[in-house]
Design a protein around this ligand. Structure first.
Ligand code: CA
Length: 600
């Protein structure tokens, strides 16, 4: 990202109303499933639910009928009485990108400090929130100070981007300060567990006296500073949903270019590292040279699982290649490295070189890195390429890789590829032989997972940052324009429902224990969930009914206009970090000029 566009973003958003194809807010469902019939209820403890990162849940009866409610007057507080089937709404900061993870009766998620929970810890910080799964009330928070580098390595107000990974009584994150951190899920309430004991000093602003941690503060077990220990130069911000493999934790470093966007300050620093999850000690680093070829940054979270009986880490590189690493290590001059099994260039040759000349990065038809998380499914890896949303729209590519091969498998490992997808940040979902994947230009694609044959493309008419969730025969996707759209899973395209979230949905919906979680930058909604035996917060909530599409009454023009005003007010209060809307208009112009309404 570059920093000069913030004001333009504000202008772009205040000038233009957000127009949507539909104003439907109370969403409708054709299926008669109710939360009470929920089965296979389970936690969602990691980014992507498990190591394969395939965002498919086995739960039944996930909520589709709900209303996100109205703001109280001109405030950004949701009036609970106006919500429908919403169990609780938690106020977040002003920007939240990562997903909530749900485990052991708690909900963990990252945000910034624009709704400070502790009057003693104010100012810009990245915040890990731990909420009660039943009530949404704050159990504890960890409000991490900024690095002070500005946009170069810890962009103002972006908050904690990492989706926490929870296992037992430990929660793992990668902080805005480029640290891997292990915390106690119980926070300070049960005492200060260690070895790390310096929370008070850590939480204090530079030059200020140490904070006195209380029972509502987070409790750090250990931390590993990737800038100090590995010489990482994070570009803009550090992001990663940590991967846990046995006793090891694998994380992306976010090493990348500096403010010039042409210089890589440390091309020898790894893009990926592996630590002992119990001690935080370094086990191995990536030595494949990813950083030296990095186009922008390394933000893709690792996936993993057994391939041919061997624990394998799958990594989408900032160089646009995808890698399979064994968790075995090799010693190279005293440095322990991941053992590389295979590598695959996810960019087709024509995105790299044209007429013998390398194509420039960030141009519409040039090469891209991997930001989405590769998905491991039946010994195959599915991964799209994409770029920072600030770079706008551009050509994408989706590949299906045979992960059982070894060496450079760009030529030999392609099972199929698909070029009708735009740049994508979205992690695919694979279910019943079909792959669903969204792109940044706003299209959701459904293809045959075996052959790559496309079945349908759905235009959300908005940008998409987040990923699809498949649950109970439905595909959920959130959009930048603030819709949560529900499509029928299957070879035939059908829109089932649409909810107006009143604010952009940058994150991905997840489902845990019968509850659907949808996050906007400012609020986290826990939707439905009567099956979990939870008290309902609003008068109309969790009535267990769904509204059939044909019985659904569309809101009046006056109500639609009111909602538009509400969205506009939200966007004026919380302008995005760069002109998203202008980017989308640019994409629409390109498609119109090419005479294409859809990429197919
Ligand atoms: Ca503790």
């Amino acid at each position: 990202m570059t920093g000069s566009t913030r004001n333009q973003a504000m202008k772009a958003f205040s000038k233009k109303n957000i127009t949507l194809g539909a104003c439907a807010a109370v969403v409708a469902a054709a299926a008669a499933a109710t939360p009470q019939t929920g089965r296979a209820a389970a936690d969602w403890p990691f980014w992507g639910r498990d190591a394969s990162r395939n965002m498919v849940s086995e739960e039944k009866g996930a909520p589709v009928s709900f209303d996100a409610g109205r703001y109280k007057g001109s405030t950004d507080e949701i009036d609970a009485a106006t919500t429908k089937n919403v169990r609780w709404v938690a106020k977040l900061g002003s920007q939240s990108y990562g997903n909530p993870t749900i485990a052991g009766g708690k909900v963990f998620l990252g945000t910034n400090n624009e709704s400070p929970r502790d009057p003693k810890l104010t100012g810009d910080r990245a915040v890990l929130l731990c909420l009660d799964e039943k009530t949404g009330e704050t159990v504890w928070q960890f409000a991490i100070p900024k690095l002070g580098t500005g946009k170069i390595s810890d962009w103002e107000f972006l908050g904690l981007c990492s989706s926490p990974a929870v296992e037992g009584d430990r929660v793992y994150i990668v902080t805005n300060r480029c640290e891997v951190m292990c915390l106690d899920v119980n926070g300070m309430a049960n005492g200060n567990d260690g070895p790390f004991q310096d929370e008070g000093k850590y939480l204090a602003d530079k030059g200020k006296p140490a904070h006195t941690p209380g029972p509502k503060d987070g409790d750090v077990i250990w931390k590993f500073d990737m800038r100090e220990e590995l010489g990482v130069f994070p570009h803009n911000i550090t992001n990663c949903g940590p991967l846990i493999v046995g006793d090891k934790i694998v994380v992306t470093t976010s090493n990348g270019v500096d403010w010039t966007h042409t210089n890589i300050p440390n091309p020898r620093a790894p893009a990926l590292c592996m630590l002992d999850k119990n001690t935080g000690k370094l086990i191995a680093e990536e030595g494949a040279g990813v950083s030296s070829r990095t186009l922008h940054s390394n933000w893709s979270s690792p996936a993993g699982g057994p391939i041919g009986g061997k624990d394998t880490v799958i990594f989408g590189g900032g160089d646009g290649w995808c890698y399979g690493f064994s968790t075995d290590t090799v010693d190279e001059g005293g440095v322990k490295l991941f053992k590389e099994q295979w590598r695959f260039d996810c960019n087709p040759a024509q995105y790299r070189v044209k007429d013998g000349k390398p194509l420039k990065y960030a141009t519409h038809g040039g090469p891209s890195e991997v930001i989405a998380t590769p998905v491991l499914y039946k010994n195959r890896v599915y991964v799209p390429i994409g770029q920072d949303p600030e770079h706008g729209e551009g050509l994408g590519y989706l590949v299906c890789i045979d992960a059982t091969k070894s060496g450079d498998i760009t030529k030999t490992g392609t099972i199929w590829s698909y070029d009708k997808i735009a740049r994508s940040l979205s992690t695919p979902s694979i279910s019943d032989g079909l792959i669903y994947v969204a792109d940044y230009s706003g299209f959701v694609h459904c293809l045959d997972a075996e052959t790559g044959k496309p079945y349908w493309v759905f235009d959300t008419k908005s940008h998409i940052w987040g990923s699809t969730l498949v649950v109970d025969g439905k595909v959920y996707i959130g959009t930048e324009d603030g819709d949560l759209i529900v499509l029928e899973a299957g070879k035939t395209l059908k829109e089932v429902a649409r909810a107006d979230m009143r604010a952009p949905v940058y994150s991905s919906p997840v489902v845990a224990n019968g509850t659907l979680y949808v996050g906007t930058p400012t609020h986290l909604y826990a939707i439905g969930g009567a099956a979990a035996g939870v008290a309902t917060a609003s008068a109309t909530a969790a009535d267990g009914t769904t509204v059939a599409l044909e019985d659904y009454e569309a809101p009046s023009p006056a109500e639609c206009a009111r909602r538009e005003r509400e969205r506009d007010a939200w966007r004026k209060r919380y302008p995005p970090p760069f002109p998203c809307r202008a980017n989308h208009e640019d994409g629409e112009r390109r498609r119109a000029a090419a005479g294409k309404a859809s990429p197919l």
